[in-house]
Write a protein that binds this ligand. Structure first.
Ligand code: SAM
Length: 376
């Protein structure tokens, strides 16, 4: 994808999940930007301080509002929930081990770093050595690196399909290939909701990346709003739409800072039936707006709650690479959804190894945390 550090970068997030609620109501501007006090704190090293100063200049431009003080019961809970995928469409995880994973993406077998794979691989080394593409480089999540093609030189992109939707795989400099396949479980759930609803649902896909979830929702019959800060990612999403000849489907592609967008939707009173939000740990809006998961997540969920329609079917949050238990986002979700009834279910998204044939379940690879509010 996109050659920038926004997708799943490894930078350190400042602060904690502790944005304090204010007793005033939304709409009233906060006394000072929420970042102001944090920015005054001494930082650990010069690099971080420079970053914080730069962030101060850009972040203060982002409009903010205080958190709403929620009353009522917290939704009941269902924990731990492990949403497991054995692959779908053109994807399955073949094997993993020694800090690597071997995946099947359509015609290609791909080797990428995977810090969670602490165990030895199951398959013989010649199977791994015979992969079509191997990513080598920074072992950090989202570190830069290079692709090596041991068998023959491959083009930059190739066609793939998941849940009936066509899209392009692409060898990017940040090891990603245009889809985070552990999300299939959320997308399959969303597809079911959209198909079962007897009305056109409105779906908001925040941090939507290459648009696979947006296309799945639209193909199932939803009206979709897709928001991402990266022009390249939006361009890729539109390419995917054209590839599947889905241009006529109702999708609004919006290149904007996710927070800015939802704040405006809240002011305008626009509502959505399903919201998917998959924020990176750190990212930037098109005008340099700063996104820090640990600082901004409480407000993001708070606003998402306000723009859920009265008959909403779900608010789905995925969080990657954060040093937190799923309980951190679970309890935040329950506080945010106080008084809304329903259930909050949280846990992990895992992918199960499926072997060379894609049908032989073996070990589970943990990929991310999630928390999902549903009305029942
Ligand atoms: C983790 S990826 C999302 C993956 C996607 N949901 C999927 O599963 O295919 C993160 C995306 O967030 C976008 N992003 C980063 N900062 C942003 C911001 N401030 N506002 C909107 N999008 C942002 C990046 O451009 C990137 O496409």
């Amino acid at each position: 994808m996109v050659k920038h550090r926004e997708s799943r970068p490894g930078q350190k997030a400042a602060g904690g999940l502790g944005a304090k609620p204010r007793r005033d109501m939304p709409g009233k501007p906060p006394a000072k930007p929420a970042h102001a006090s944090r920015l005054a704190k001494p930082s650990r090293d010069h690099g971080e301080r420079v970053n914080e100063q730069r962030d101060a200049a850009t972040a203060s431009a982002a409009p903010e509002r205080p958190l709403i003080v929620r009353c009522g019961e917290r939704p009941t809970e269902r924990v731990p929930v492990i949403l497991e995928s054995l692959g779908a469409g053109d994807f399955h995880l073949i094997d993993s081990g020694n800090g690597l994973k071997l995946e099947q993406y359509g015609p290609y077998r791909i080797v990428r770093p995977e810090a969670q794979a602490l165990w030895p691989p199951s398959l013989a080394s010649h199977v791994w050595d015979n992969a079509d593409a191997i990513f080598t480089g920074d072992t950090d999540e989202d570190g830069m690196g290079r692709w090596r093609f041991p068998r023959e030189a491959l083009g930059e992109t190739w066609p793939l399909q998941l849940l009936g939707v066509d899209f392009l795989g692409r060898f990017t400099a940040f090891r990603h290939v245009g889809v985070f396949p552990e999300q299939i479980v959320h997308w399959a759930w969303m597809k079911e909701q959209v198909e079962a609803a007897k009305r056109p649902l409105k779906v908001l896909n925040l941090f939507g990346y290459t648009g696979v979830a947006s296309l799945v929702a639209a193909a199932a019959g939803a009206e979709v709003t897709h928001v991402d800060a990266s022009k390249k990612a939006i361009g890729w999403a539109r390419e995917n739409q054209a590839l599947g000849r889905m241009e006529k489907l109702p999708i609004r592609w919006i290149c904007e800072d996710a927070m800015k967008f939802i704040l405006r939707e809240e002011r305008r009173g626009n509502k959505y039936d399903i919201i998917l939000t998959d924020p990176p740990k750190f990212g930037r809006g098109p005008n340099g707006e700063v996104w820090h998961l640990f600082e901004h997540l409480p407000l993001m969920l708070d606003i998402c709650r306000e723009i859920l329609s009265p008959k909403a079917l779900g608010l789905v949050l995925t969080a990657y690479s954060i040093r937190a238990s799923f309980y951190s986002i679970h309890e935040l979700m329950r506080e945010t959804m106080r008084g809304a009834g329903g259930v909050v279910e949280s846990g992990e998204l895992v992918i199960r190894e499926a072997g060379l044939d894609g049908r032989t379940p073996s070990r589970a690879l943990s990929t991310s945390l999630f928390s999902r509010w549903v009305p029942k």
